[in-house]
Design a binder for this molecule. Structure first.
Ligand code: CA
Length: 255
């Protein structure tokens, strides 16, 4: 039990507390999914309780279906075609300074910039009247910063095929950081016996610019296999994800 790296910050892009370097980038701050061993030990010391509490199930136990904090890559996710999400190991200028686990850790990042720079052609540029050299030598066309394409880029990542609890329920939890205007995240679900449908849209046409934890409740009525799809739409700005969990049963906060 500890407050998170970004809690109560004035500028939410920057963490207010980070772990000492010796603990590395994988230490987690601010989880609220369950008591840690040290939490239990502290309470026992406080109340002078000598009994063996190892029978108490801590954390998520067997409720956990899928998890990734991106500290060691993309876990079991697979990438869609086209522009890709990347695991970002260092701070960004147009996104979070660090992941939500402790303010320094890796996170999943989708940005439009590299796609703009690599895929822009003179056809993209000239209709907007920005290029003035297409009639002479298109290969020499200079792309001005204002020529950044206004076409949204879609960046997709897929979970593996997951299995709900016996009652068909699951809860999806993740942290989202939407930086800049006109970008958002769609979460879809599909499955062998499940038609693809959008669960929710996150983010805003304006801007968030800080990490926010979200939950999505999934109730399929009966035990079922399903796959999740995270789709970032980027017109301007970036979308980042971190601390992704899927657990059996109900969500803690979502109704
Ligand atoms: Ca992380």
């Amino acid at each position: 039990m500890h407050y998170g790296a970004y809690d109560a910050g004035k500028v939410h892009r920057y963490p207010v507390i980070t772990p000492k370097p010796k603990y590395g980038k994988t230490l987690r701050l601010g989880q609220r999914l369950g008591l840690s061993d040290i939490d239990v030990m502290k309470i026992q010391v406080l109340y002078n309780c000598p009994i063996d509490t190892s029978h108490i199930q801590r954390g998520l136990g067997d409720r956990l279906i899928d998890y990734c904090d991106f500290a060691f890559g993309m876990c079991n996710f697979s990438l869609g075609s086209g522009p890709t999400w990347v695991v970002q190991n260092e701070s960004t200028t147009d996104g979070p300074v660090g992941g939500i686990s402790n303010g320094l850790d890796p996170f999943l990042f989708a940005s439009k910039e590299w796609d703009d720079l690599s895929s822009l052609t003179t056809e993209d540029v000239s209709p907007q009247g920005i290029s003035n050299s297409t009639t002479t030598d298109s290969a020499a066309t200079t792309i001005a910063p204002s020529a950044i394409s206004k076409t949204p880029v879609t960046v997709t990542i897929y979970s593996p095929l997951l299995t709900s609890g016996d009652d068909g329920r699951a809860c999806i939890q993740f942290a989202l950081f939407q930086y800049g205007p006109s970008s958002y995240l769609d979460v879809f679900v599909s499955g062998p016996l499940l038609q693809r449908q959008r669960l929710r849209t996150f983010g805003d046409v304006s801007r968030m610019e800080f990490w926010v934890r979200y939950e999505i409740k999934l109730d399929m009525g009966t035990k079922a296999e399903f796959q999740l799809e995270f789709v970032a739409y980027l017109l301007e700005g970036t979308v980042s994800l971190d601390d992704y969990y899927v657990v059996k049963g109900n969500c803690i906060y979502a109704d």
